[in-house]
Design a protein around this ligand. Structure first.
Ligand SMILES: [Zn+2]
Ligand SMILES: [Zn+2]
Length: 263
């Protein structure tokens, strides 16, 4: 069994101080084959665009050094791109100049200004829920990223018990999955939710079973770790469930190609 983690934050994300070398060291100890650092990259205003490019160049140069220091580990240079469908032209311009190996597309704020990733204050109504999935569909239709990050992230809220069940949006979720399968966009299994006592990874097994039913096989795993202790913590717990659902492989993108590993 090869282990991978395709969603890790480090010292270039404003909400993490994680040292890359320490994380790589732990990845080797825990027998990982590939890991992706995926620093936050948000471009929704032009100030941020000016600021972001030099930082991105520094980040890439830093990871090139780290890659050379850990030849036994596949270290993937990635970013977590916020709201990619709303910054299509800016992103195209930046990434034609700077080579990024791996892009997670994540919806953190909807156009209607709902912060869906807030862990502590997130009371979703059915209306908000519908807006979130409709905008996720829009994002997947626009494409230009490799993996859809943390679908249904709002369930990570400490109020998850009060969240509407989502049956009314199932038809939108189906459209999201069909579009992803058509475009070969990977579905991330994000297990950061376990840390907040949420009983499941995201998207939860019911959605995941539906993805499989529609023909989806391309899945990956992301801890979304912002610190060392969290990395690898819920890996085995997540795999047990994925196996039960009938998945046999996880995928990682390396040198522009998707590669599978047994689970
Ligand atoms: Zn995120
Ligand atoms: Zn993240």
């Amino acid at each position: 069994m090869d282990k991978i983690d395709m969603h890790i934050h480090g010292q270039f994300s404003s909400d993490s101080k994680q040292d890359y070398r320490k994380l790589c060291q732990k990845a080797i100890e825990k027998k990982y084959k590939a890991i992706a650092f995926t620093e936050h990259f948000d471009l929704l205003n032009s100030d941020q665009q000016n600021y972001a490019v030099p930082v991105l160049k520094k980040y890439i140069n830093c990871l090139t050094k780290i890659q050379n220091e850990f030849p036994g580990l596949k270290i993937i240079k990635g970013i977590e791109l916020g709201e990619p469908h709303r910054i299509v032209d800016a992103a195209k311009k930046i990434f034609s100049d700077i080579k990024i190996d791996y892009i997670i597309g994540s919806l953190h704020f909807t156009k209607t200004k709902i912060c869906v990733s807030d862990k502590t204050n997130n009371l979703m109504t059915e209306r908000n829920l519908r807006q979130y999935y409709e905008e996720t569909l829009e994002m997947v239709e626009a494409g230009n990223f490799d993996t859809l990050g943390h679908l249904s992230i709002y369930k990570r809220s400490i109020f998850y018990q009060q969240i509407p069940c989502g049956k009314k949006v199932q038809h939108i979720i189906d459209e999201i999955f069909k579009e992803m399968i058509k475009k070969n966009i990977c579905l991330e299994i994000n297990n950061s939710s376990f840390e907040i006592s949420c009983p499941t990874y995201l998207p939860d097994p019911i959605y995941l079973a539906r993805y499989k039913e529609l023909g989806g096989e391309l899945i990956t795993i992301g801890s979304d770790a912002h610190d060392l202790d969290f990395f690898d913590k819920y890996y085995e717990r997540t795999l047990v469930s994925l196996r039960e659902l009938g998945f046999s492989h996880l995928y990682y993108k390396y040198n522009g190609v998707w590669d599978g590993c047994n689970i």
